[in-house]
Design a protein around this ligand. Structure first.
Ligand code: NAP
Ligand code: ZN
Length: 347
């Protein structure tokens, strides 16, 4: 066992506090990672606040992890000591079901094992990346290309793959008219990736305050959803809409922006039900869908794609003592665009 420094939520809605946790001994298929940076995803906040159901506390969040390999198990051939690696939202799955076999471990029929707050195969509760070290099955450890800035690569492990996967799955490319709703952590990755895929990209943000950044990320157009005129002007004008909003929005208003046969994919995960009026879909053979992160193979593909296209997350590097303040800043959409913890400050 390795005792390591971490930051944990002691109970739902309470500020995170410094603590120590135990990491298991490195097994034959495991990799020990010295974590350098960990991104703060809005999902961390939903989880520790109990938005998605009860949790076992204390809980160490963090599923946007990058660091260096410091030890590998005897059967590991894919990673070596010193490698730059990343870990995202999953640390294991059954490996045998149809979904795992086709590389969609996130949809494992037995449930993927989340990086934190999940029951691991040994019965312990997984603890995430707001910590100095983690031990992970080698099959869930990604290679971080040298071309990527290390701290800015951390958010790719969740925000990057969560936006890349649906854009790929729904075959977004040259000629696609894409709208990204919400330009936060996920949204600012979605804009860059859709642009790199060749799409014509429109940002639908609450206000125009981040318009210059949006254009810098590759958006061709930028509209404020607080202006009702936006919905009139853009009616039936998109092939694909990626909704990254963490809160409830009027989905019917956004669905009406899809052209015939268009698809809106929800990756935003507020806890409430979001009503969809059937006629909004029926009237133009529109589809409404969801998407969950992406498989391990696709996550590696995304990291390589970002390296090739010079895509990085825009980050605010913070110390451990700023984690609670960062949570407040995420909740009020003030972060530009992902807060990343420098884990050397964990003590
Ligand atoms: P984030 O950084 O907080 O970004 C969310 C953005 O949504 C904000 O920047 C804001 O964009 C917009 N927004 C926030 N409140 C709003 C409101 N009341 N009305 C309209 N727009 C609002 O969060 P994130 O880390 O990108 O995560 C976004 C959501 O995706 C969360 O629910 C998270 O749990 C979920 N998620 C899902 C997956 C998956 O696999 N499906 C993976 C990761 C995260 P503007 O300021 O531009 O309007
Ligand atoms: Zn996430």
């Amino acid at each position: 066992m390795l005792t390591v420094n971490a930051y944990a939520a002691p109970a739902a809605g309470e500020p995170l506090v410094p603590t120590t946790i135990e990491r298991r001994d490195v097994g034959p298929n495991d990799v020990l990672i010295d974590i350098k940076y960990a991104g703060i995803c809005h999902s961390d906040i939903h989880t520790v606040q109990g938005d998605w159901g009860p949790q076992q506390y204390p809980l160490v969040p963090g599923h946007e992890i990058v660091g260096f390999v410091t030890e590998v198990g005897s059967d590991v051939t894919t990673h070596q000591v010193g490698d730059r690696v990343g870990v995202g939202c999953m640390v294991n799955s059954c490996g045998e079901c149809a979904q795992c076999r086709r590389g969609e471990e996130q949809f494992c029929v037995q449930g993927n094992i989340g990086t934190y707050g999940a029951v691991d195969r040994d019965g312990t509760i997984t603890q995430g990346g707001y910590s100095t070290h983690v031990v992970v099955d080698a099959g869930f450890v990604l290679r971080v290309p040298e071309a990527l800035d290390f701290a800015s690569a951390a958010p790719l492990l969740c925000a990057g793959i969560t936006t890349y996967s649906p854009l790929r799955h729904w075959k977004v490319g040259a000629g696609s008219r894409v709208a990204v709703v919400g330009m936060g952590g996920l949204g600012h990755m979605g804009v860059q990736i859709a642009h790199a895929m060749g799409a014509e990209v429109t940002v639908l943000s609450q206000t125009l305050s981040k318009q210059e950044d949006g254009k810098r990320f590759g958006a061709d157009h930028y509209f404020a959803t607080s202006d009702p005129e936006t919905f009139t002007q853009l009616a039936s004008s998109f092939d694909f809409i990626l909704n990254t909003v963490s809160a409830e929005i009027d989905l019917n208003a956004y669905l009406s922006l899809l052209d015939v046969d268009g698809t809106m994919v929800n990756v935003g995960a507020p806890p409430a039900a979001l009503p969809v009026t059937p006629f909004t879909l029926i009237g133009a053979r529109r589809s409404f869908a969801g998407s969950l992160i992406g498989g391990i193979r696709e996550t590696q593909e995304m990291l390589d794609f970002c390296a090739e296209h010079g895509i990085n997350a825009a980050t605010e590097l913070i110390g451990a003592d700023q984690i609670n303040e960062a949570y407040e800043r995420v909740m009020t959409s003030k972060v530009r665009y992902r807060a990343v913890i420098d884990t050397s400050t964990l003590g």
